[in-house]
Structures are given as C-alpha cells and as structure tokens.
Design a protein around this ligand. Structure first.
Ligand SMILES: Nc1ncnc2c1ncn2[C@@H]1O[C@H](COP(=O)(O)OP(=O)(O)O)[C@@H](O)[C@H]1O
Ligand SMILES: [Mg+2]
Length: 249
C-alpha cells in the first residue's frame, strides 16, 4: 500500500443553499491513477477548484507536502507540483501549439528541470503526440488535440500530481482509447500520480486503480472499479440521474 501524497480532509464548499462539495475525506495515494466518478453537477470540478486554489472551502483541508493547498494561490500550488487541466479547453489564442507549451516551461518547476524551454516544450508535445502540429495556431487544433495540448501544458510545469478534469468529454469512441493509453503511459513512464474526473464509469474500468464516487457533493463510495459497479448507492445515483449514462457505464 502506497503512502498518501494528498490528504483531503472534510472538504466542504457551499454556494448559497447548495452544498457542492460536502465533507469529503479521502487520500490520493502516491503513484496511483485515481478516478473521481459522478453524474453532472455532483461537485467534481468544484473539488478540483478547491484543490487548485481557484475557490476557498467553507471547511476542510487538502494536505500536500505538509502544506494546506486550500490556503495557497493557484500559482503557489503549481509551484509545489500540483497541475491541472480544465473541463473546457482554453488554449492561449494567437499563439502556436509550441508557444502554448513554452509558457509553462518558464514556470519555476519547468526551469528547475534545467532543460531549455524550446527543447522541453517540443518534448512535451512529443509525449502527447502533437509534435507534428507544433507550428499550428492553437485555436485551429481539432477538439481532441486541444485536450492533448492541455495535458502537455500541465506536464510542462513538471508536476508530481496531475489533475485531469473530464479529459475524455466530447471525444468520439475512437479517440477515447488512444487518450486513455496516453494517460497510462504518463503514469507508467514517469510515475506520475494522476486524478481523473469522468462521468462515465466504463471509461474508468481499464484505466484507474481506485475510484471515488460522488453524488450531490458527497462521497458515496470508494474502491476498485469492480466494487464501484456493484455498489448500490452508485447504481442508484446513476439510474436516478440518467439511464443512458448508466447504460454507457
Ligand atoms: N461558482 C459557482 N456558483 C454557484 N454554483 C456553482 C458554482 N460552481 C459550481 N456550482 C454548482 O455546484 C454544483 C457542482 O458543480 P460542478 O462541481 O461543476 O459539478 P461537476 O463537475 O460534477 O459536473 C452544481 O450544482 C453547480 O451548478
Ligand atoms: Mg465538471
């Protein structure tokens, strides 16, 4: 059993009367791929926003290297080694694909690798399979490639923990498998700890080692994929919300 790299304790966020994240407590283990599963509106993105300093919790902590991430800024958190992607791709427009990755290469952790940003950014593009599109304006990339660009930009900051917010959303079935393979490669080759948000259970079956299932802001189950599929609370959450989602799971 690995040690915890990130300890989430009682994390709670309310928006007016709505509890978007409700007293969540779990560990992210060193070197694992952890899935965060939940229907739309379950609070998954809010959880990432709390872990990356975009919003502040009402209660709770997220401890990484003896520091509480919920008290730090997004920049401080990236500089500690926790990077994320966003559910909606937002490339820097008016810049090429390569330039988009060069920017985070100039981050303190990127520079600490002592690899020249021009060389490092190309290597990051190679890792995600976009090297042949380096010179294209980023906004002209097809959607699936923009997802890869997001991952390359996060990798450029040399993270220890990578948080991916629905990297498979909007992709066709033929694109999901190669991206899943890419995530697995990053994990195996670089020993990265990865947390992935997804609302379809099926995508997780081969990819993740453990799943934290959420509904209405709360953690309803934690376990391996096989446990989660059979968990009555998970089944109910899915059938309650959308039969098609569950069928897709
Ligand atoms: N900034 C905000 N202000 C008010 N409500 C919000 C805000 N962000 C998220 N919410 C609400 O919190 C709930 C969880 O949202 P979100 O974390 O985006 O869910 P998920 O990513 O699981 O689909 C939703 O009901 C959403 O409308
Ligand atoms: Mg979301």
């Amino acid at each position: 059993m690995s040690a915890a790299i990130l300890e989430i304790r009682g994390l709670t966020k309310r928006f007016g009367g709505l509890t978007a994240v409700d007293n969540m407590t779990f560990d992210v283990l060193q070197g694992e791929i952890l899935g965060i599963l939940g229907p739309n509106g379950a609070g998954k993105t809010t959880l990432f926003n709390l872990l990356t300093g975009f919003i502040r919790p009402g209660k709770g902590q997220a401890i990484f290297q003896q520091q509480d991430l919920t008290r730090l800024s997004p920049t401080q958190i990236v500089n500690l080694g926790v990077a994320r992607t966003f559910q909606l791709c937002r490339p820097f427009v008016g810049m090429t694909v390569l330039e988009n990755v060069m920017v985070p290469c100039y981050s303190p952790r990127g520079m600490a690798t002592r690899e020249a940003p021009s060389r490092r950014s190309m290597r990051m593009l190679e890792q995600v399979g976009l090297q042949h599109k380096a010179g294209i304006p980023a906004e002209l990339l097809p959607y699936g490639d923009q997802r890869r660009l997001e991952i390359a930009r996060a990798l450029a900051t040399d993270p220890k923990v990578l948080l991916l917010d629905e990297p498979f959303a909007g992709l066709g079935s033929s694109e999901i498998e190669p991206l899943s393979q890419l995530v697995q490669n990053l994990h195996q080759k670089h020993g990265l700890t990865i947390v992935i948000i997804e609302h379809k259970l099926r995508v997780f079956m081969q990819l993740v080692q453990r799943i934290v299932a959420m509904d209405f802001g709360a953690m309803i189950a934690v376990g391996d994929a096989q446990d989660i599929v059979r968990n009555p609370k998970v089944v109910e959450a899915y059938i309650g919300k959308s039969e098609t989602d569950f069928a897709a799971a």
